[in-house]
Ligand binder design. Structure first.
Ligand SMILES: NC(=O)C1=CN([C@@H]2O[C@H](COP(=O)(O)OP(=O)(O)OC[C@H]3O[C@@H](n4cnc5c(N)ncnc54)[C@H](OP(=O)(O)O)[C@@H]3O)[C@@H](O)[C@H]2O)C=CC1
Ligand SMILES: O=C(O)[C@@H]1CCC=N1
Length: 272
């Protein structure tokens, strides 16, 4: 794992900020003494003090940002403008990495008056080191700085550099995708309960089935259709279940969900 150089400030100590920082610390990408979290709300500050007592936490980021080489922006998209305006110095001397959904590189470059900005889309499985992230770099980001971004996000899962035009679709697929999968797992468990299984057993079987299927797909490198066919015996149980999924439009529901989330990411970008 590559260690990153310099002080890092996290703006916004909520769900994603916590997931990312816990991941980079446990992977040894940086250390608690190199980190400051800027979070205005007392409740959220307390979480950091309880969980990571070696990390500095403050409500006012001015001094910490002045001392930092890397700033990770993890506030809601509609708060990015406010945090960009909260610092009186020049952002341009720092690498600014934003995970705000939909907020474009052009918008980041304008808000931070810097071309040294990176737009990233991670997801919540970063919390357990199984995230999927993609990023695009602004015009002045050096290859060393791009490597810093890769080091941070590879500490919490897989990461790819992409053209910025793909990032709304990344948001619709892997950014929002964990929520779709949680709905599928919950529904599978409900089906098991409806068929007579105790709830805890149904939940364990549903979760492990999704985890195992994803792992099988990844490790064999087979096409999902081939693995699906291998489960479905002629005249058997699986083809009976699959036929109900087709009748009820599961595939098109998934496709439309990703498209709708992609559109929403584009819309967030135009309003942020
Ligand atoms: N959740 C997800 O699955 C994903 C989210 N994202 C993106 O990550 C970003 C953060 O999302 P998420 O972690 O879910 O949101 P959270 O609301 O959990 O975290 C945002 C945090 O920022 C704090 N905050 C508000 N104003 C300021 C400020 N002026 N300065 C510093 N901190 C502030 C919030 O405090 P308070 O709540 O008290 O206002 C909150 O603790 C969003 O832009 C989102 O689009 C990206 C990928 C996946
Ligand atoms: O729902 C959202 O807006 C954020 C971005 C991707 C996942 N959650």
């Amino acid at each position: 794992m590559n260690r990153i150089e310099g002080k890092l400030v996290l703006l916004g100590g909520g769900k994603m900020g916590r997931a990312l920082i816990k991941g980079v610390l446990s992977a040894g990408v940086t250390t608690e003494s190199q980190l400051t979290v800027v979070e205005p709300h007392a409740g959220a500050q307390q979480w950091w003090r309880d969980e990571l007592p070696g990390v500095s936490v403050t409500g006012d980021g001015q001094a910490a940002i002045e001392a930092a080489q890397i700033v990770l922006v993890a506030v809601k998209p509609n708060v990015v403008q406010q945090v960009a305006g909260s610092f009186s110095g020049s952002w341009g001397e720092r690498l600014v990495i934003s995970i705000a959904a939909g907020v474009t590189l052009e918008r980041l470059q304008n808000l931070f008056d810097s071309r040294c900005v990176v737009r990233v889309m991670p997801n919540t499985p970063c919390l357990v080191g199984a995230g999927a992230s993609a990023y695009a770099c602004g015009e002045a980001v050096s290859s060393e700085q791009a490597a810093t971004v890769a080091a941070i996000f590879s500490a919490v899962g897989v990461v790819d550099q992409v053209d910025e035009q793909l990032l709304d679709a990344v948001t619709g697929l892997s950014g929002s995708g964990p929520a779709y999968v949680f709905v599928i797992i919950e529904a599978l468990a409900d089906g098991g309960v409806a068929a007579g299984l105790p709830r805890p057993l149904a939940m364990q079987l549903a979760t492990q089935t999704v985890l195992g299927a994803a792992q099988l797909l990844q490790e064999t490198g087979e096409h999902p259709a081939a693995l699906k066919d291998a489960v479905a015996s002629p005249g058997g149980t699986t083809i009976a279940g699959l036929s109900v999924l087709e009748q009820n439009g599961l595939r098109s529901a998934m496709i439309e969900a990703v498209k709708a989330a992609t559109e929403r990411s584009r819309a967030l970008g135009s309003h942020a």
